[in-house]
Design a binder for this molecule. Structure first.
Ligand SMILES: Cc1ncc(COP(=O)(O)O)c(C=O)c1O
Length: 489
């Protein structure tokens, strides 16, 4: 974009936000919503969380309190030893209480907003394109609707019905690419088509956009730290961050935790049926949200300590255990507290994958009761009701006997198989794997790839966050709709 075009794009964006009364939250406010202007905090309880109302931009935070509609402590759920079988304290940040019911709405914000406020995206003439395996494009469509931009969602045709229905309801244009979860190459091909044929489309490719990384570094990481401090006793140690990789954005929270808690390790989970990181493998799988057969550009591979491949059959069986009557009763008989059993539907399929990878991490490093393993329950079972119905149709009603067998085999039997602790050359091999997707196919240079190996690259990136907030604050001042400016920091 030339300087003039960029200036005009920014003016259009300011005008659009002024007309619609849009105030954009800063990263600092998302991290700590007690700093959100009180006029906005007062308004939130009156607005439905899913409403296309710009005030919901302030709900892009881990602090939403579903009971009051306001803000509270970080949403987190501890899964105790009665269920995990390990002494380590496993705690997952809960994504369900974000608008759209999934945390990816934050990653989409991180990709769109810095460009919007810098004049790199004109919401009055351009379309925002969201390539995704499901939740990111829903988040992008939601953020676009709040900010008054047109959205195009790209996702594989095999993703859950709930995702397509929701996208249609919000008015997004939908492009369904061939295949299932692990067909990310087909998504990239659709992006190239758009680049060639639609000059007014801007592609926010989460797999390469550092805005995705930075949103998680600046918001999810501190939320995990806060959840840890809320539960930690005097001898507690933040031992690990566990995250399944789709775009690798959520892994950035692990980079943040390594900075504040030296010694913290990062486990990256993937599907055993598509073990790209474990074995340069490929294949189809059913853990929705974790796209595969490549290493995302924004994955800081040098920081990855452990790779855990999780059998998708384990995640589907446990989805039934956590949501079917027979499964819940079996857990109660085993002494899992009633309150916790009621909360297990907060875990969607990839959240169950993260839970299993957390158990494996705890077993591998022989963690004890003072060690905390933090992870992310990215979305909830609410998005997989059709999958549960399909399982019943395929396999019959879920029985007590089946529930007991699944708990024994897939929870109690979660051991250290399909794990790899990475050496320095292993990490470099993951980094090198980026070459085939990004340099050969997607137009990056070897020089750019080499730069990603340097820890200094990631430091410089992280140092951009205060600049983001300054640009958002200036933008809000220019629109003139900032609520209670004296309260804003
Ligand atoms: C349900 C679900 N789980 C996990 C992920 C992976 O998160 P990330 O893309 O940050 O690696 C996604 C990403 O879309 C998702 O939708």
């Amino acid at each position: 974009m030339s300087d003039d075009t960029s200036k005009m794009a920014r003016e259009h964006a300011v005008q659009r936000c002024r007309e619609r009364g849009i105030v954009i939250p800063t990263i600092a406010e998302m991290r700590q919503p007690t700093t959100v202007p009180s006029a906005i905090r007062r308004k939130l309880p009156e607005v439905d969380m899913q409403a296309v109302d710009p005030v919901n931009l302030f709900r892009i935070t881990w602090h939403n309190d579903p009971a009051t509609g306001g803000f509270g402590p970080v949403n987190a759920l501890e899964i105790p030893a009665a269920l995990t079988g390990v002494r380590a304290r496993i705690v997952g940040l809960v994504g369900k209480h974000f608008p759209t019911g999934a945390h990816k709405v934050g990653a989409a914000f991180g990709c769109l907003v810095p460009r919007l406020v810098a004049g790199e995206f004109d919401p009055t003439t351009q379309k925002a394109v969201w390539p995704s395996t499901g939740n990111y494009c829903r988040g992008g469509a939601f953020d676009s609707a709040l900010l008054g931009c047109k959205a195009v969602a790209i996702l594989p045709e095999g993703m859950s019905r709930e995702r397509f229905d929701w996208l249609a309801s919000i008015g997004a244009e939908i492009i369904a690419t061939p295949g299932c979860e692990s067909n990310v190459k087909e998504i990239f091909d659709a992006c190239w088509d758009i680049r060639k044929n639609q000059p007014l489309a801007v592609i926010f490719n989460q797999f390469e956009e550092f805005g995705n990384y930075l949103w998680h570094y600046g918001v999810t990481g501190p939320a995990a730290e806060e959840a840890f401090h809320a539960l930690a006793g005097p001898r507690a140690r933040l031992a690990a961050w566990v995250g399944a990789t789709g775009s690798a954005g959520t892994l950035a929270a692990g980079d943040y935790l390594k900075d504040v808690a030296p010694g913290c390790t990062i486990t990256v989970a993937e599907a055993l049926q598509c073990p790209t990181l474990l074995a340069t493998g490929f294949g189809n799988h059913r853990i929705e949200g974790i796209g595969d057969k490549h290493v995302p550009w924004i994955h800081n591979a040098r920081n990855t300590d452990l790779v855990a491949a999780i059998d998708d059959e384990a995640t589907m069986r446990l989805l039934r255990v956590f949501n079917e009557r027979a499964g819940r009763e079996a857990l109660l008989r085993r002494g899992v507290p009633y309150d916790l059993v009621n909360q297990l539907p907060l875990l969607g399929i990839s959240s169950i994958c993260n839970l299993l990878a957390a158990i494996k991490t705890a077993r591998h490093f022989e963690l004890d009761g003072s060690d905390f393993v933090l992870t992310c329950f990215t979305d909830s079972a609410a998005l997989y009701q059709t999958r549960l119905a399909e399982l019943t149709a395929e396999r019959g009603e879920y029985t007590d006997r089946q529930a007991e067998a699944d708990i024994e085999r897939f929870l109690c039997g979660a051991t250290t198989d399909h794990l790899k602790e990475l050496t320095y050359p292993d990490r470099k091999a993951l980094h090198n794997l980026k070459y085939f997707t990004w340099v050969e196919q997607q137009g990056k240079t070897v020089k750019e790839l080499d730069a990603l190996w340097s820890p200094g690259f990631w430091r410089d990136l992280q140092a951009q966050l205060p600049g983001w907030d300054a640009a958002i604050e200036t933008f809000n001042r220019d629109t003139g709709v900032s609520a209670e400016p004296s309260e804003r920091r």
